[in-house]
Design a protein around this ligand. Structure first.
Ligand code: ADP
Ligand code: MG
Length: 220
């Protein structure tokens, strides 16, 4: 699903955020990227999502060489990837339903199909009863479940999650991890960045550890 070959990323001119990263993540995996703050976890996800370009090296995601992708092809490429962030990034002035429907509306999906898909996914994450609520009225765990529903509504082949449990207390974090596991069980490849080593070890044997932009161990 994901291959990186000798990838480096420099933001400024001095210390690279990532240097000489080579890795393979097969389809269907549930992988963690761990390491302390500043290790390069977010940068790695951004490169995979093509929101940053590598300074060097090759990146292939689901058969697409994204080091060479045309700017105009990026939106189409991103449709097959779901993303979830630590701070949820929900629109507070829109209902739960509209937050989730949003990505389908902008690609011009028929109203009836949007409704069916949104109901299905909200039911699946256990939030159908909250469909008319606004994000500020929800708990952190519920807000993250809305963000996950939004990320998976297009049945992405790949889900990228950057510190998805970073703002949640342990119980809710566990609930979110279980939800991500269930999404993985349906066939979606999942890559989770977290500084929480214990969480990673609890949920997967497949852990990529970064320090100072380099891979420390790779238990694939
Ligand atoms: N947009 C940016 N501009 C300049 N430096 C950045 C930028 N984003 C990240 N960095 C730097 O790259 C390094 C890796 O950051 P990041 O990928 O966010 O690490 P992590 O997610 O593991 O905390 C850090 O030294 C950080 O300061
Ligand atoms: Mg980060």
């Amino acid at each position: 699903m994901i291959q990186l070959h000798q990838v480096s990323k420099l933001y400024g001119s001095n210390i690279p955020a990532l240097s000489d990263i080579s890795l393979t993540i097969p389809k269907g995996e549930f992988v963690f990227v761990t390491g302390p703050s500043g290790a390069g976890k977010t940068t790695l996800l951004k490169l995979i999502f093509s929101s940053e370009r590598p300074s060097q090296g090759e990146i292939v995601v689901d058969g697409v060489n994204i080091a060479r992708i045309k700017q105009s092809a990026i939106p189409y490429f991103r449709r097959k990837i779901g993303v979830v962030f630590q701070d949820f990034k929900l629109i507070n002035s829109k209902t739960v339903y509209d937050n989730v429907a949003f990505t389908l509306d902008i690609v011009g999906t028929q109203r009836k199909i949007v409704k069916k898909k949104v109901w299905q996914v909200l039911k699946w994450v256990g939030l159908l009863p909250k469909k008319d609520s606004y994000p500020p009225c929800l708990s952190g765990g519920e807000q993250q479940r809305v963000a996950i529903a939004r990320a998976i509504i297009n049945n992405p082949v790949l889900l990228l999650a950057d510190e998805p449990t970073g703002n949640l207390d342990p119980d809710l974090a566990l609930e979110i991890m279980k939800l991500l596991k269930a999404i993985n069980a349906r066939g979606t490849t999942i890559v989770i960045a977290t500084h929480n080593q214990a969480m990673a070890q609890r949920f997967s044997d497949n852990i990529i550890t970064l320090a100072h932009g380099q891979i420390q161990t790779n238990s694939q």
